[in-house]
Write a protein that binds this ligand. Structure first.
Ligand SMILES: Nc1ncnc2c1ncn2[C@@H]1O[C@H](COP(=O)(O)OP(=O)(O)OP(=O)(O)O)[C@@H](O)[C@H]1O
Ligand SMILES: [Mg+2]
Length: 259
């Protein structure tokens, strides 16, 4: 079992501007949560803060993973404890192939799990698992030997994010608009990937603008995020209501929002 608990989280930019203004949220294994909210409401900022991106400062509140406060830990340590973020805009790493990136990440995880002693994954085992995951997620074989995200199409980047998730087997996965830019077949593949992994070993927080992905990944909980706060919560029906009516009804007077 894993549990991510976000308590009264406030996040500010380096210039002090507060973007996330007090979020409370609990995501546990076996659960699929969706966060939906307009452009610029702070969803990615929340995701970055959860992963420990240095540009986003936690000014108040806590992030607990299995009851332990991880808000002071670096991104690598959070990853080793089982947090994973699929980026809205994945970065290219020229010079590092997808294969070597994945192997390095897995070995870092194995080292941490082994009390700091190296315990590299045997290459044949790694290859077998990688090929199976690529097959499952319909990631073209040739991508494995290319530099990570370098010249990848939008959809290829998103599939490779899910490939990372499948290989790293995080305990809590945060997916930041992994659906945007995907064609319908890729969307189904990605959704199936999420559905296959959510279970006793993993919980997921899916950030999205659109109901579309939620037709395939049925959320247990939907959180409406406006201006740095969760302003409404419900079940899957709430996503349908948003799709039909937009965010208007949830935007307090005087607060901007352009989606
Ligand atoms: N590093 C940064 N520097 C300056 N402004 C930032 C930075 N990161 C976020 N912001 C600002 O914070 C606000 C929230 O951005 P964020 O990316 O979290 O929104 P979002 O809800 O993910 O939007 P979208 O739906 O468009 O992805 C925006 O006004 C954005 O311009
Ligand atoms: Mg975003």
């Amino acid at each position: 079992m894993a549990q991510l608990e976000i308590k009264n989280l406030h996040v500010a930019l380096e210039d002090g501007t507060e973007i996330v203004k007090g979020v409370d949220l609990v995501v546990a294994s076996n659960e699929k949560h969706a966060i939906m909210g307009p452009n610029g409401s702070g969803k990615s900022t929340l995701a970055y803060a959860l992963m420990g991106h240095p540009a986003y400062e936690i000014t108040e509140g806590q992030i607990l993973l299995d009851g332990q406060d991880v808000s002071e830990l670096g991104a690598d340590e959070r990853a080793q404890r089982g947090l994973f973020l699929a980026f809205q805009y994945p970065h290219a790493i020229p010079g590092v192939t997808v294969t070597s990136f994945l192997r390095t990440a897995i070995n870092a995880q194995r080292k941490a799990a082994n009390g700091g002693e190296e315990n590299p994954v045997p290459i044949p085992e790694f290859r077998t698992e990688l090929l199976a995951a690529m097959e499952e997620l319909k990631v073209p074989r040739e991508l494995a030997s290319r530099y990570l995200n370098d010249g990848f199409s939008g959809g290829e980047k998103k599939r490779v994010e899910i490939l990372q998730m499948a290989m790293l087997k995080p305990r809590i996965a945060v997916l930041d608009e992994t659906d945007s830019g995907l064609d319908i077949d890729a969307l189904k593949i990605v959704a199936n990937g999420v559905n296959a992994l959510v279970g006793p070993e993993m919980g997921a927080l899916v950030i999205t603008h659109y109901q579309r992905i939620l037709n395939y990944v049925t959320p247990d909980f939907v959180h409406v995020f406006v201006d740095g706060r969760i302003v409404a919560e419900g079940g899957p029906e709430l996503a349908h209501k948003l799709e039909a009516k937009g965010y208007e009804a949830f935007i307090p007077a005087g607060v901007g929002g352009d989606a």
